[in-house]
Write a protein that binds this ligand. Structure first.
Ligand SMILES: Nc1ncnc2c1ncn2[C@@H]1O[C@H](COP(=O)(O)OP(=O)(O)O)[C@@H](O)[C@H]1O
Ligand SMILES: [Mg+2]
Length: 271
């Protein structure tokens, strides 16, 4: 992402978000901006507060303090459903799929749910064909093969079900899409395919991607924010994050690319 993009207004702006669980500060004054078209990765060790932050953004959890704007609208006091209407969607886990229904019917329901009055009940018959067309277009966009559309959703492999989750989230035409560990439980081949799918959705919505697979993160992200103990300790381009001694010191999750001796000394001197 270039400076030009960053000079436009952010599509998501979190300011000073805080959340405690008893004495534990899970989210510690987090501020974060996403720009239109950006894929922004959120990384950090287990328990850093990544999922909590996603829940604060989606409205599943209430923040103790702070504000959130989506496309200029203050959504701080909105519940999760209202936030979806304001343009903020998240890719749910597989439980959101109606497993006993066909893949196509899942997509049709999602399109219908978000289409508003244009596919209203009283026009159901007239609009049925249009609904199915929209659902098929969504399937194509998410690389769900035509031959799978008639299958019962529960019979699909894990990776294909993950694509349906994306499709269900995209049906809301979000401005911002929150993805919490989309590669979790995927095999290496499925991870590569899903990375390609996320790449192909670039520009459809700004994305906040929580992901442990560093290869996928560094391949996809325009910018990366690093969360440690509930605090954003760094935000930058993949290159900046890779080269940051603070990040390396606080979060040595970069197993396949360990710090060099000089970088380690640099990190030690920084303390
Ligand atoms: N509902 C909850 N009640 C109490 N503690 C929680 C709750 N959810 C998360 N936590 C705690 O908050 C911290 C951050 O958790 P989480 O956001 O799940 O981290 P991450 O997704 O980065 O692994 C952890 O210490 C976790 O145990
Ligand atoms: Mg998590």
């Amino acid at each position: 992402m270039n400076d030009n993009v960053q000079s436009t207004a952010p599509v998501l702006e979190a300011q000073g978000l805080c959340r405690r669980f008893g004495a534990l500060v899970a989210t510690d004054n987090v501020s974060l901006k996403l720009y239109p078209g950006e894929i922004h990765a959120l990384i950090g060790p287990n328990g850093a507060g990544k999922s909590t932050l996603i829940h604060l953004l989606s409205g599943v959890l209430r923040a103790d303090a702070g504000s959130l704007h989506v496309a200029g609208t203050d959504v701080s006091n909105m519940n999760a459903h209202e936030r979806v209407r304001a343009g903020l969607s998240r890719s749910y886990q597989i439980t959101n799929i109606f497993k006993s229904m066909s893949v196509l019917d899942n997509l049709v329901l999602a399109v219908q749910a978000h289409a508003g009055s244009s596919f209203g009940f009283w026009h159901a018959r007239r609009n049925e064909a249009a609904l199915y067309d929209a659902a098929r277009a969504l399937a194509r966009e998410c690389s769900i093969d035509d031959t799978l559309l008639g299958r019962t959703a529960s019979t699909l492999p894990h990776g294909e079900q993950r694509k349906i989750e994306f499709a269900l989230a995209l049906a809301a035409n979000p401005k911002v899409l929150l993805l919490d560990e989309p590669m979790a439980g995927m095999g290496p081949d499925e991870t590569v395919r899903l990375t390609g799918l996320i790449e192909s959705m670039r520009g459809r919505a700004a994305m906040l991607l929580v992901e442990h697979d560093m290869q996928a993160v560094f391949q996809l992200a325009d910018r990366i924010s690093v969360l440690v103990y509930g605090k954003v300790i760094a935000t930058g381009t993949p290159q900046e994050i890779r080269n940051s001694p603070e990040v390396r010191q606080a979060y040595l999750g970069d197993d396949d690319d360990p710090p060099t001796e000089s970088e380690r000394r640099e990190a030690e001197q920084a303390t």
